[in-house]
Write a protein that binds this ligand. Structure first.
Ligand code: ATP
Ligand code: MG
Ligand code: FE
Length: 363
């Protein structure tokens, strides 16, 4: 099916077009430049930017794909999770298009869409770590989604009907931790690329920063109350970094930015990859997809590849432009829902800022 996908859950306005598993267009406009001076995404600014960018981005995607709205078989839109006001812009645009054209509309889950993008032909890897694969979404797939708003491990038995959350962050997302630590170190926002660059000249063993939720008491069986076997916590790590930096400053010494950045980055990559591989091993998962903006991190990519190889897990890393938020992933998931015969969502739904992964599309 030919499907149009619309994404507006955070700071990217994205419109994508796919034909089945073939990518035809992926137009993205980001408001990140407008958030830089605030050191974080400001929801009100993001919503206004979506309003300005939505129609030009839609036009760009249709032009690139060489199709008109009349050619489309279905429309898919991110209904959640994400920023309410931001989501609302995409949802309203998608409803208007569906009403005007009479096309079926699917309100899809943003996190599941990050996984769905792995289904697109020839778009399954751009790293030595990944592998080309005839059927990129096997029966029992794991997904490690790491971004500014999310740090989650998912188990995907069927992309259209069975997605389960195995673990998530209890406080900051990994990307958020990067952004906060960058600020502590006086590096630019967004902090991920800045820390990644600074860490290149640092010693990852210079400081032994905490690995959140890896003490034995947190690693009990997943059913045990209080157990956080596959969950993450990065706020203690952020505090530990702040203490170390404060110590150097109080002593009038220069902060060893490269060593702190490398040691912080190592702590994040270590705990994320350890838990992802553990979750895969314990659920018979032999194929893992890495997605989200933090998939750009050099150490996370390298350590995920290394530990997956050691554990016999096949790793897929989509190209970065498809790891960050975009409309193609929404279209890709929409096409899967159409192909699986899932009923469309109608136009009565609203944005759900905390839509759970089990709700792949809204009824
Ligand atoms: P969402 O969480 O809804 O998917 P987002 O806009 O918060 O959306 P992305 O756009 O996917 O997230 O990713 C942005 C995040 O990725 C930022 O927090 C940024 O610091 C981080 N990031 C980008 N490049 C790197 C890198 N090389 N290393 C570490 N983090 C990075
Ligand atoms: Mg973003
Ligand atoms: Fe996202």
């Amino acid at each position: 099916p030919l499907v149009l996908g619309i994404e507006s859950s955070c700071d990217e306005t994205g419109v994508g077009v796919v034909s089945g598993t073939r990518l035809l267009a992926n137009a993205v406009s980001s408001s990140m430049d407008e958030h830089v001076r605030f050191g974080g995404v400001i929801p009100e600014i993001a919503s206004r930017a979506h309003l300005d960018a939505m129609l030009p981005t839609l036009r760009a995607a249709l032009d690139t794909a060489g199709v008109g709205l009349a050619d489309v078989d279905a429309i898919a839109v991110t209904s959640g999770p994400g920023l309410s006001g931001a989501l609302m812009v995409g949802v309203s645009a998608a409803k208007a298009l569906a009403l005007a054209t009479g096309k079926p509309l699917y309100a899809v889950n943003h996190l599941v869409a990050h996984v769905g993008v792995g289904l697109l032909d020839g778009e399954t890897s751009d790293s030595a770590a990944g592998s080309e694969n005839e059927n990129p979404l096997p029966e029992n797939l794991g997904a490690l989604l790491v971004s500014g708003g999310h740090t989650e491990i998912l188990r995907v038995r069927s992309i259209a009907s069975d997605v389960e959350l195995l673990g998530a962050t209890l406080d900051d997302a990994a990307g958020e931790a990067y952004d906060k630590v960058a600020r502590i170190l006086g590096l630019a926002y967004p902090g991920g690329p800045a820390i990644d660059a600074a860490a290149a000249d640092g010693d990852p063993r210079a400081f032994a920063f905490p690995r959140g939720l890896t003490a034995p008491k947190y690693l009990g069986s997943t059913e045990a109350p209080g157990s956080h076997r596959y969950d993450f916590s990065f706020s203690g790590l952020k505090t530990a970094v702040a203490r170390v930096v404060e110590g150097f400053t109080a002593r009038g010494e220069t902060v060893p930015v490269a060593d702190v950045a490398a040691s912080f980055q190592e702590a994040v990559a270590d705990v994320i990859t350890r838990k992802a591989v553990l979750a895969c091993r314990e659920h018979g998962i032999t194929s893992l997809l890495l997605g989200g903006g933090v998939a750009a991190n050099s150490r996370l990519r390298a350590l995920t590849a290394q530990r997956c190889a050691e554990a016999g897990i096949e790793l897929t890393v989509p190209p970065l432009r498809l790891c960050t938020d975009n409309g193609a992933m929404v279209a890709a998931l929409g096409a899967q829902l159409v192909a699986a015969g899932v009923a469309p969502s109608g136009t009565g739904f609203g944005a759900d800022s905390s839509q759970p992964v089990s709700e792949i599309s809204l009824a």
